[in-house]
Ligand binder design. Structure first.
Ligand code: SF4
Length: 108
């Protein structure tokens, strides 16, 4: 019953170091979409809102086919930006082709 066959396993020390590096990077760079960390689909908020990077994977019963982050009122980028900030996920970037269930139409 050895548990040594897990290539994805890393130490707590490695985790802390990685988390610190992400934090420092986030604080030391301008908040452009290219520099922002991407929202993790496994993040509790992302899960609660059913956020995904690829809207085409969403059950059509849950999402009208014309709704993407890049045409949502809360998307902080241009329509052709692959990634941009979203006010629902402060400090993170969401995918232009993504979606979540609080999608809102842009003001006309
Ligand atoms: Fe995408 Fe809009 Fe949801 Fe933000 S609020 S994740 S831009 S659909």
């Amino acid at each position: 019953m050895a548990h040594d066959n897990n290539p994805g396993k890393f130490s707590r020390r490695d985790f802390v170091a990685a988390a610190a590096a992400v934090t420092v990077t986030g604080l030391s760079t301008p908040a452009t979409a290219d520099d922002l960390p991407r929202v993790d689909e496994a993040d509790p908020t992302a899960q609660a809102l059913k956020y995904v990077h690829d809207a085409s994977t969403v059950d059509p019963a849950q999402r009208p086919a014309d709704r993407f982050c890049n045409n949502c009122a809360l998307f902080g980028g241009a329509a052709d930006d692959a990634w941009a900030p979203c006010s629902i996920f402060p400090g993170k970037a969401v995918a232009g082709k993504g979606w979540c269930n609080v999608w809102a139409p842009k003001a006309g």
